[in-house]
Design a binder for this molecule. Structure first.
Ligand SMILES: [Mg+2]
Ligand SMILES: [Zn+2]
Length: 194
């Protein structure tokens, strides 16, 4: 019997859920963006899996180790929990093709817009990628959505305003001021789709 596949939301981290501090290396400096915790909470209530996919090339560049990324994710989960919000999983790409750290210098398939993290998440969490959504602030998030066949939702937080100006509109399905607007749209869209 075929396993029932779920529709999920793939969320970018920096500029979408938290302020993009450019190579954030300190859990104490995490700042949750307006609408982000609320949006995740709405998705939780609707029973939609929420999965973070984030490029963290600071590891390959030698700025910080994996344990720093993981401590930031632990703290982020704690902070979201204080708002009654939770994510189902977090995947990050530590690689970069020109990284200083040999172990992570790689033309990997997980660095967005590559499909690797979404494909791993889909396999491990029984997700139907083609009925899922990517929410992010950068062209690489929108390209990821196109590469995997998910819907591409842009938020105007982080680099979102600049991305909206620069990217071909054909590559975006909808634009929202914050993550909570995107979450409301996703919930409406999924209700329509059943
Ligand atoms: Mg981002
Ligand atoms: Zn990678």
């Amino acid at each position: 019997m075929q396993k029932h596949l779920k529709k999920a939301v793939f969320l970018d981290r920096d500029g979408t859920i938290i302020v993009d501090a450019h190579f954030l290396d300190d859990p104490e400096r995490i700042e949750i963006l307006p609408g982000a915790a609320e949006g995740i909470k709405l998705l939780n209530k609707a029973g939609i899996p929420v999965i973070i996919l984030t490029n963290q090339s600071g590891v390959a560049r030698g700025y910080f180790g994996r344990e720093v990324v993981e401590s930031i994710h632990d703290k982020l989960c704690e902070m979201l929990a204080e708002h009654g919000a939770r994510v189902d999983a977090i995947y990050y790409c530590p690689h970069h093709p020109e990284g200083e750290v040999e172990e992570y210098r790689s033309d990997c398939r997980c660095r967005k817009p590559g499909p690797g993290m979404a494909e791993d998440a889909a396999r491990e969490h029984s997700i139907d990628i083609r009925k899922s959504f990517v929410v992010g602030d950068m062209a690489s998030d929108m390209e990821l959505a196109r590469n995997i066949g998910s819907k591409a939702l842009l938020v105007r937080t982080g680099e979102g305003l600049a991305t909206e100006r620069e990217i071909d509109n054909a590559n975006i399905d909808a634009v929202f001021d914050t993550l909570s607007g995107a979450a409301e749209y996703i919930i409406r869209d999924m209700k329509k789709g059943v």
